[in-house]
Design a protein around this ligand. Structure first.
Ligand code: AMP
Length: 177
């Protein structure tokens, strides 16, 4: 890619005290506004999870995980499956509760959207404490999906979220803080 990580970093804006005092929100709006920067993130994720780490479905986490996940699914011609906040998905679904950097929440996934043994990549914009992606992985495994890895544009490495992922889950991030 023509973008190195230092250049990509300049497309992420720090917003202090949003949405709560003490949180430095990583605003990806400038990155999304640049087709080259956004494309470079997608290229890097696709390259990292090609070959033996290949996948046939992407689970995107509401809501900014939809942006990266759906674009990556279209680019790699894989299925896209949304994991959503409670009350948004119709029909039979599974639910997992988790702790967030700011508060607690739950995620839901429709039942029978995965076939057992299907190779799945989880995608979100940011990994902070790892609670959100951990909940998504539980939902995928409940349906017999094989989680090949998790991909993030941004990792807040000081929160050590990747340590909360299963040992066999390949964790990839581009911009680390
Ligand atoms: P966590 O469960 O702690 O890993 O938090 C990850 C989720 O919260 C992701 O869906 C992010 O979109 C969001 N998030 C957590 N911390 C931040 C942050 N500092 N800036 C932007 N988004 C964040």
């Amino acid at each position: 890619m023509s973008f190195d990580v230092a250049t990509l970093r300049s497309y992420v804006r720090d917003v202090p005290d949003f949405p709560k005092t003490g949180i430095v929100f990583k605003d990806i709006a400038p990155l999304l506004a640049s087709p080259d920067a956004f494309g470079a993130v997608l290229d890097a994720m696709a390259a990292h999870f090609s070959g033996p780490r290949g996948f046939d479905a992407i689970v995107g986490i509401e809501s900014r995980g939809f942006i990266f996940g759906a674009a990556l699914a279209a680019r790699t011609r894989s299925s896209f499956i949304p994991v959503r906040k409670p009350g948004k998905l119709p029909g039979a679904k599974d639910r997992v509760e988790y702790a967030l950097e700011y508060g607690t929440d739950a995620l839901e996934m429709q039942r029978d959207v995965l076939t057992p043994g299907q190779r799945v990549l989880v995608v979100d914009d940011v990994i902070a404490t790892g609670g959100t992606v951990g909940a998504a992985i539980k939902l995928i495994r409940r349906q017999g999906g094989v989680v090949v890895g998790a991909a993030f544009a941004i990792e807040l490495s000081f929160l050590e979220g990747r340590k909360r992922l299963p040992a066999d889950t390949e964790c990839f991030s581009l911009i680390t803080y």
